[in-house]
Write a protein that binds this ligand. Structure first.
Ligand SMILES: Nc1nc2c(ncn2[C@@H]2O[C@H](COP(=O)(O)OP(=O)(O)OP(=O)(O)O)[C@@H](O)[C@H]2O)c(=O)[nH]1
Ligand SMILES: [Mg+2]
Length: 306
């Protein structure tokens, strides 16, 4: 538990130092005052927590402050973390296997959001837990995309089904499903090409991948996750809505939270979409994919201990 918390804290360093610096550095063990509350408010906005969440946090701290003018920074941090935990109730996706093998996870999203890296990290994680996994290189669009996933597969010893650039991505998905079935594997993770949600023909390609998988198993792909670049902040919300309309999202993965001081956007994204967050990306290494924990996130942001 402690080391997972530490991963959150270290991974979220930039956001943590923006917020926790306010509740700890600024207030410290000292009592808080109106000026420090204003600075906290500004820090929450800057970290992209959004109006609603920032207002709620400030209101609750102010109420406590009115009752007890000797309120300390540490106590304000506890209140802030409690608000985050409450706002994120229901936000933790719990990965479940389907009744029949393989369970298919399809990763979709705009260009560069982290789909391929996440495919590799997730396969590595499941494999490490003793599960059997195949990854499918269904980005047949971008030159070198197949090679990128193949090189991850080599490095991590993953089983992969791939074709060539320009091949029909739905056929690769179909073949990969058959291979996973024949080997009686637990999971099939489908990496797809990056696409703008505004491009109808590319969105249609996703629908085709889904239809073709359904020929094998009407329930597939059981998990349809949007991979969102966490550093892009609230911009992802509209994008996610469109992907949701055309593909029926069942989950989110928020990546690159290590590289941003705007890690609060995750809260706004969840508040708006109410789609559970399964994992967050906290770096580029295979182990930097962590199951999302509202508790760890809330405590880390406010600089509290595990
Ligand atoms: N720091 C950091 N970098 C990440 C994370 N996830 C992915 N990246 C980096 O983001 C870049 C893009 O990642 P990809 O996995 O290739 O993204 P993609 O969505 O597959 O991109 P396209 O296939 O081109 O749409 C790479 O340099 C990754 O190393 C993360 O959690 N943290
Ligand atoms: Mg990719």
């Amino acid at each position: 538990m402690f080391s997972i918390f530490k991963k959150f804290k270290d991974g979220l360093t930039k956001t943590v130092s923006a917020i926790a610096a306010k509740t700890h550095g600024l207030f410290g063990g000292r009592k808080i005052d109106l000026a420090s509350l204003e600075e906290l408010e500004e820090a929450l906005y800057t970290a992209d927590f959004g109006v609603e969440t920032t207002t709620e946090i400030l209101e609750e701290i102010k109420t406590a402050y009115r009752k007890d003018p000797a309120l300390k920074g540490q106590q304000a941090a506890v209140i802030g973390a409690a608000v985050l935990r409450r706002v994120l109730a229901g936000a933790e996706g719990k990965l479940e296997q389907a009744a029949s093998k393989p369970t298919v996870i399809c990763l979709i999203g705009v260009n560069g959001s982290g789909k391929t890296t996440t495919t590799a990290k997730l396969a590595h994680k499941l494999k490490g837990e003793g599960q059997t996994v195949i990854v499918a290189a269904c980005d047949t669009f971008r030159a070198a995309a197949v090679e990128q996933l193949k090189s991850w597969a080599d490095r991590l010893g993953l089983e992969i089904v791939a074709s060539h650039t320009g091949a029909d991505s739905a056929s690769v998905a179909f073949d990969a499903w058959r291979a996973a079935k024949a080997r009686s594997h637990d999971w099939l993770i489908v990496d797809t090409a990056g696409r703008l949600h505004t491009k109808g023909n590319l969105m249609e390609e996703l629908a085709k991948i889904r239809r073709v998988l359904q020929k094998n198993d009407p329930a597939a792909p059981q998990h349809r996750w949007l991979v969102v670049d966490g550093s892009l902040g609230a911009n992802s919300i509209e994008q996610a809505r469109v992907f949701h309309q055309s593909f029926g999202l069942t989950g989110l993965i928020v990546t690159k939270l290590d590289g941003t001081s705007r890690g609060g956007a995750l809260v706004g994204i969840y508040r708006q979409l109410k789609i559970p967050i399964y994992f967050i990306g906290l770096g580029e290494q295979p182990d930097d994919l962590q199951p999302f924990s509202a508790e760890n996130y809330a405590r880390a942001v406010f600089g509290l201990e595990a």
